[in-house]
Design a protein around this ligand. Structure first.
Ligand SMILES: O=C(O)CCCC[C@@H]1SC[C@@H]2NC(=O)N[C@@H]21
Length: 197
């Protein structure tokens, strides 16, 4: 149910108001979102147990364009595709597939993507996607939570020192740039759209 604090995210401009058409469009968007996530996972620089990729940028863009509910559904669909063995993740199929892969070195980030989408989508639902400063703050919080989850799981597997060395330190600068990019892009799209009453 909509509340007084709920604003419509970008995707609402393309969504039918109700009924089967709305559901079908949401399903289509979720599938397109998982394709984008797969492409972003494969756009990578190989480093070691965890590689550099564009996944955080994709998660943040999807979340701020879709809003919390559709973004979380999209991320869950993405994880489900991976769980049944589709090669949608950074290291699939070469480092394994399915649940076995998801319990490996990048499992914490994969779970973290869902929380990241929820935080950034929550901000978009409150109209923060129109303001670069507010959106940057929310996306930075989302990034920190996701990285903490990635770090914690990797620390269980290889210890905290190595987890910091291989799972956090190499990504700080690049991920900050992705956060800044996502936080600028979405408000810029809103600014280009004709003002609605
Ligand atoms: O196996 C996967 O598909 C998940 C890979 C997670 C990569 C993490 S996300 C945060 C950090 N930034 C990057 O560019 N790579 C790592």
């Amino acid at each position: 149910m909509a509340t007084a604090t709920t604003m419509r995210p970008l995707v609402s401009l393309a969504l039918p108001d109700q009924g089967a058409a709305r559901l079908a469009t949401q399903l289509f968007l979720a599938l397109v979102g998982t394709l984008l996530l797969t492409l972003s996972a494969k756009t990578k620089v190989v480093l070691g147990p965890v590689d550099i990729s564009l996944q955080t940028l994709a998660v943040l863009l999807i979340a701020s364009a879709f809003g919390m509910r559709l973004a979380v559904a999209t991320l869950i669909l993405y994880l489900a595709e991976g769980a049944i063995g589709l090669p949608v993740f950074q290291g699939t199929p070469e480092k394994g597939i399915g649940i076995a892969y998801m319990l490996g070195s990048t499992g914490g980030y994969l779970a973290g993507f869902v929380v990241m989408a929820a935080i950034a989508g929550w901000a978009a639902d409150r109209g923060w996607d129109r303001h670069p400063g507010k959106l940057f703050g929310a996306m930075l919080a989302a990034e920190i939570v996701m990285m903490a989850m990635g770090f914690a799981w990797l620390a269980v597997l290889i210890g905290p020192e190595k987890s910091w060395q291989f799972g956090v330190a190499p990504f700080i600068a690049g991920d900050l740039i992705k956060v800044a990019l996502a936080a600028s892009l979405v408000p810029a799209v809103w600014a280009l759209l004709p003002k609605r009453p």
